[in-house]
Design a protein around this ligand. Sequence first.
Ligand SMILES: *[C@@H]1O[C@H](CO)[C@@H](O)[C@H](O)[C@H]1NC(C)=O
Length: 259
Amino acid sequence: MAKHQSFFILFITFVAIFLVETYESKKIEGNLAAQGWINARATFYGDMGGGGTMQGACGYGDLFKQGYGLETTALSTALFNKGSTCGACFQIMCVNAPKACHPGQVITVTATNLCPPNFTKTKNVWCNPPQQHFDLTMPMFIKIAEQQAGVVPVVYRRVTCQKKGGLKFEIKGNSNWILLLVFNVGGVGDVVNVKIKGSKTGWLPMKRNWGQNWQASVQLAGQTLSFQVQTSDGKWVQSDNVAPANWQFGQTFEAKNNF
Ligand SMILES: *[C@@H]1O[C@H](CO)[C@@H](O)[C@H](O)[C@H]1NC(C)=O
């Protein structure tokens, strides 16, 4: 009798644990949407060292030199938004693929490239509009999923970019034309507006050339340069006297402030 009772109690305990776990996982799925997680897919490109992921469509160039490292992603056309999402930061985790997903692993990546659409393909067209897709670096992908899976369902959400130090500005172009790469941007990370000022000029608007490269047809050689940068949340940061009067094309300067 006592033996039967203890088996029964054990059985009830297992049923209770099962019910609680099922309930918890359903609750987690429901909570994901409530916490702002959005469904998408992820693949990877390049190799373990980030080879193949440099010089992307955001115009950043050497991602190691620029502080983005391997924690980057290419975005599908729908997310890339003609380059205006470049610099935005995302948390991503693998979901709903128990064999492929690494549970509890959340990565944070910065958008540095475009995953180009391919309209001649009829299968595996992950990056074609209107799909939301992340083409991650290989090291980021294998943190959240098994490499052999190739493509996995994920959820993602925008997060604040945690960057060390100030805004950085690489000055390119020629004597009549300035091309300015804006990087290491904190806050929401994606720059939507840039102004430049020489020590002898007022604030001059710049236009997006490509990715996070901004241009203006101005001659500012020999002038100390200041910058105003606006991110997609509407915030402006003004960085005064970032480049000294003897700045040269090809040089990078760091502001004292950031978002
Ligand atoms: C697009 O897809 C087709 C068919 O799979 C392939 O042959 C071609 O190389 C792809 N183009 C690019 C630019 O990847």
